[in-house]
Ligand binder design. Sequence first.
Ligand SMILES: [Zn+2]
Ligand SMILES: [Zn+2]
Length: 157
Amino acid sequence: MKQTKQRIKELLMAKRLKLTPQRCAIYEMLTARTDHPTAEDIYRTVKRAYPMISQNTVYYTLTALKEAGLISEVNFGHEHARFDANMDRHHHLVCVSCQEINDLYDETLDRLSMTAKKGRQYTILGHRVEFYGYCKRCQGKSKSSSRPEGRSRRAVQ
Ligand SMILES: [Zn+2]
Ligand SMILES: [Zn+2]
């Protein structure tokens, strides 16, 4: 959810993160987006407002935000990590063709519990379900190709 500049500062300060203009800009941009951008996407966007920003600063900031629990890294076996500032309980719909990631809210999925024995060896902090498939746009394009069954997996955050 998009946050105001003031709220961005408060959230960063609450996590004892230094308030640099670039850091605020990166976090603000992430809260305004729902497409789970890559570090590269973030770099390109922030560079427009801060031409001097380096790719390293972007990576470093993303790591700091992630360690502070303000954003999460979501990677679905794609080449690049994608970032998500939506820390509300939600799940993902992932297009295996265009790699679009959409947020999905579903109370039934929120209530999932584990029956496998192995899970009991863990202190579970949460879970997120990912559904793989073809988005509406890509369905038309891939009519001829064979479509794998949608699969889902659970990941501990
Ligand atoms: Zn797609
Ligand atoms: Zn998400």
